[in-house]
Write a protein of this length. Structure first.
Length: 246
């Protein structure tokens, strides 16, 4: 998948907005209940603010994109949506999704089953986004034949990912060395998107490498760094209000 090289893009926050609590006032509904009542999956994804549009455009024009911002800004969902679209268009042969297997301050103890069953609780957000984009039945079929692969970060070492769309989610829970390892997995005709919120790492202080690497790569030609803010949150508006004081 040939792409043009361009300067890194930093999403501007000045034009972004927070959607009001009552969708009736604007006609916008994040769940689209009426439109999706008879649909098994979401067919089209549109940006809900200026920064989301910048992120979507950056993914289309860059082979490596880093999307940084608070929870609820659509980073992971937009990245997975772009991956599904690339697969549907034939731009890539497979989708590889990864996130660190890290307990968020809780001990869940021993998990039974094989590797996929053990990882399921950590990877559930990725499954949900994929199901929303292509439907559960088709997702199961593509995962069964290996077209879509979901794996923990630790299983990515030593690989070269050609003709693939790679999404690294929750990258704030990766160390500098882990992110460096993940970035060097990028192969020919591939796109990689890293998403994360540097302010919500579950690692010990100064162990997360996301913010440092984003700052270093922001000046590199052909790499886009999109920064979203609380104003871009499309979950319940109280999420944005809470993050400004917590």
């Amino acid at each position: 998948m040939a792409k043009r090289s361009s300067k890194s893009i930093v999403a501007a926050a000045s034009d972004s907005t927070v959607h009001p609590l009552f969708p009736a006032a604007t006609g916008w509904d994040p769940l689209g209940r009426e439109e999706r009542r008879d649909q098994s999956y979401l067919r089209k994804v549109k940006p809900q603010n200026a920064n989301q549009k910048l992120l979507m455009d950056a993914i289309k024009t860059h082979n490596l994109v880093m999307a940084l911002g608070p929870a609820g800004t659509g980073k992971t969902y937009l990245a997975i949506s772009a991956a599904v679209e690339a697969l549907e268009e034939g731009s890539v042969d497979r989708i590889v999704l990864s996130r660190p297997a890290l307990e968020a301050g809780e001990s869940i103890g021993y998990l039974p089953g094989d590797m996929h069953e053990k990882m399921a609780p950590f990877l559930r957000p990725l499954y949900d986004a994929l199901t929303d984009r292509m439907g559960a039945k088709r997702l199961r079929a593509l995962m069964a034949d290996g077209t879509i692969e979901i794996a923990p970060v630790g299983f990515m070492r030593g690989r070269t990912l050609n003709n693939a769309f790679v999404v690294i989610d929750e990258a704030q829970n990766c160390t500098y060395a882990q992110i460096k390892m993940l970035l060097t997995r990028l192969g020919w005709h591939s796109t990689m998107v890293l998403t994360g919120d540097p302010d919500q790492t579950d690692l010990l202080d100064n162990l997360s490498g996301l913010a440092d690497i984003a700052n270093r790569l922001e000046a590199v030609e052909g790499i886009a760094v999109a920064r979203l803010t609380e104003k871009d949150i499309v979950r319940h508006p109280l999420v944005a209000s809470m993050l400004t004081v917590l």
